[in-house]
Design a binder for this molecule. Structure first.
Ligand code: ADP
Ligand code: MG
Length: 561
């Protein structure tokens, strides 16, 4: 055959082969585009292993109607424009290849809308060329629909594995991005089933719960780099050695938030576990590495899944050190039952663990009920606008939202008071407070206690006082009623009664009520804070904050043994 230049269609199909290896590659490219567009919500739908349909919908910036067609031109990108830009890439995409490559091997439709435009733009492509164009209503963001992937390339179709395998690859891609971007709400549906849904709370642990389950999440240890100014920064979570798996592949690495495969990094982590894992076991880890964009070359492969570090040794040792340090320092303290057993055996000496020490000397008013810390919980939903339903490693939890919030606020308030960090809200106009003679007497001797919590009150007349500021938590609540209640109920109380009483009262008035709808994010926030609490299982008044049904109890209820 004589030498000749290939026609554009052949060129684009060859090039597409490099970017679009399998359906999961399409998902990866589309999700990356959604993330680059600043989306806070990304829904992914796949059917037939991603061959029949892939649909990615986001609420990102969208594409202006004048530029939509250009997005499908090869090497058309809004993310880099000069050679210098290539040196410091902060977006996930930059090659301008994904959309044209996908359009070369599938049928693609796009609807996109930027804020300010009256309607969205619709674009339909066939064989890589624009076949239809119109306007279509939609809110800000972009939807890309990919149908019949590789339908015209039988060789490629044959190379694909079973639907289940391709689904697995798709779920993995979305899981990785869910771990890398905990602040984004992801939802993945595969053949109509919800395969993954993350709350977008911004906390890595919430994504880990959804990807690996509550049991694993409960055994994750946080890692932190050393001094904040030093680069590379390493952050994330690693599994305690007891949660290891027999297969590799539970290692996720993100370099400046880009999901990368790296043997170098995998080795750094595996070596950090040296001596802690049984042979044949592999750790679970989610590791974020931050370093100056000039220190890493992301432009070495069309799929951008591999990177090259300028100083490999530096990155290796930063990751190794961070993981090792976390494992050694933060290995979970022995459980209370284990300690108790150890105490019974006379031959061994046991020193109290930090958990125990805390249990031994609780805050004075936290002593009412024996307590144990809460495991990591996965929020499932809200019941009756009053209870949060959650799953733990050991069964079901039904959490009373008001009581739980009261507990959390109570501990926050006490902590803030001790550090003199109570948030105060000044009143626009001082407010006159009229009280009974007896209330007046009590108030006069407790200005200071109230001031510690943010009430700024001064005498104005015999039975009149001026309130100039109140704790921010109760600013919009009935704080006048609350003050009167305190003055009556604590008339005889001493300093510690007052401190405790005021904290309880602010917590109670500031907490969410029963009957209040909570968003997913609010529920996650509340549950996370409750997990941090020293006495999560009771409210400050001693009432239970939750009902726990263990897996054993559930089985018994259902008559299974
Ligand atoms: P790249 O991501 O490398 O720039 P792509 O072919 O993936 O190349 O996308 C081309 C361009 O289309 C992007 O640079 C961006 O401007 C625009 N684009 C693609 N997807 C989206 C999206 N979901 N939201 C907003 N803009 C998008
Ligand atoms: Mg892209």
């Amino acid at each position: 055959m004589p030498i000749k230049v290939l026609n554009p269609q052949v060129v684009s199909r060859i090039a597409a082969g490099e970017v679009v290896e399998r359906p999961a590659s399409v998902v990866k490219e589309l999700v990356e585009n959604s993330l680059d567009a600043g989306s806070s919500q990304i829904s992914i739908e796949a059917r037939g292993g991603g061959v029949s349909l892939i649909r990615v919908t986001d609420n990102g910036a969208g594409i202006p109607s004048g530029e939509v067609g250009l997005a499908f031109d090869r090497y058309a990108t809004s993310k880099v424009s000069s050679l210098e830009d290539l040196e410091s890439i902060s977006s996930l995409g930059f090659r301008g290849e994904a959309l044209p490559s996908i359009a070369a091997v599938a049928q693609v439709d796009m609807v996109t809308c930027v804020s300010g435009e009256p309607a969205g733009t619709y674009l339909g492509l066939k064989d890589g060329a624009i076949a239809n164009r119109g306007s279509q209503g939609r809110s800000q963001g972009t939807t890309v629909i990919v149908r019949n992937l590789f339908r015209k390339i039988p060789a490629r179709l044959k190379f694909l594995k079973s639907v289940a395998t391709e689904n697995g690859h798709i779920a993995n891609v979305v899981s990785q991005y869910a771990l890398a971007f905990p602040e984004v709400k992801f939802s993945l549906s595969i053949d109509g089933r919800v395969a993954l849904r993350t709350p977008g709370s911004g906390r890595l642990i919430d994504s880990i719960i959804e990807v690996y389950g509550v049991k694993v999440a409960g055994h994750m240890i946080e890692i932190e780099g050393e001094a904040k100014a030093l680069l590379p920064q390493v952050a994330g979570m690693v599994g305690s050695p007891s949660t290891s798996r027999s297969g590799r592949g539970q290692l996720s690495f993100f370099v400046n938030r880009r999901w990368v495969n790296s043997r170098l990094l995998a080795r750094a982590v595996e070596e950090a576990y040296h001596g802690l894992l049984m042979s044949g076991k592999h750790p679970i880890a989610v590791i974020n590495i931050w370093l100056p964009t000039q220190e890493v070359d992301v432009n070495i492969h069309p799929t951008k899944s591999e990177v090259k570090f300028r100083n490999e040794h530096l990155v290796f040792s930063a990751v190794h050190r961070a993981v090792r340090q976390a494992l050694v320092e933060k290995m979970p303290v022995p459980r209370i039952e284990e300690v108790a057993v150890a105490y019974e055996s006379p031959s061994r000496q046991v020193f109290p663990s930090p958990t125990q020490a805390r249990l031994a000397s609780p805050a004075p008013w936290a002593s009412e009920v024996p307590t144990s810390p809460l495991p990591v919980l996965r929020v499932l939903g809200q019941l009756d606008n009053s209870y949060i339903i959650a799953e733990g490693p050991d069964g079901l939890y039904l959490i009373d939202q008001h009581a739980a919030h009261e507990r959390v606020l109570f501990e926050n308030i006490e902590r803030q008071r001790l550090r003199q960090e109570i948030e105060i809200q000044g009143l626009l106009e001082p407010m006159m407070l009229e009280v009974s003679p007896r209330q007046g007497e009590v108030l006069r001797s407790h200005y200071e206690d109230l001031a510690e919590f943010g009430f700024s009150i001064e005498p104005f007349g015999d039975r009149t006082f001026l309130v100039r500021a109140v704790p921010a938590l109760v600013y919009r609540k009935d704080w006048v009623g609350m003050l009167r209640e305190l003055l009556d109920s604590l008339a005889e109380g001493g300093k510690s009664d007052w401190v405790e009483g005021i904290a309880k009262s602010i917590a109670c008035h500031g907490a969410v009520r029963a009957g209040q709808t909570l968003t997913d994010t609010e529920m996650h926030e509340l549950v996370r804070q409750l997990e941090q609490s020293a006495t999560p299982r009771t409210c400050p008044h001693g009432r239970p904050t939750m009902i726990h049904l263990s897996s054993g109890q559930l089985k018994k209820e259902f008559g299974r043994t």
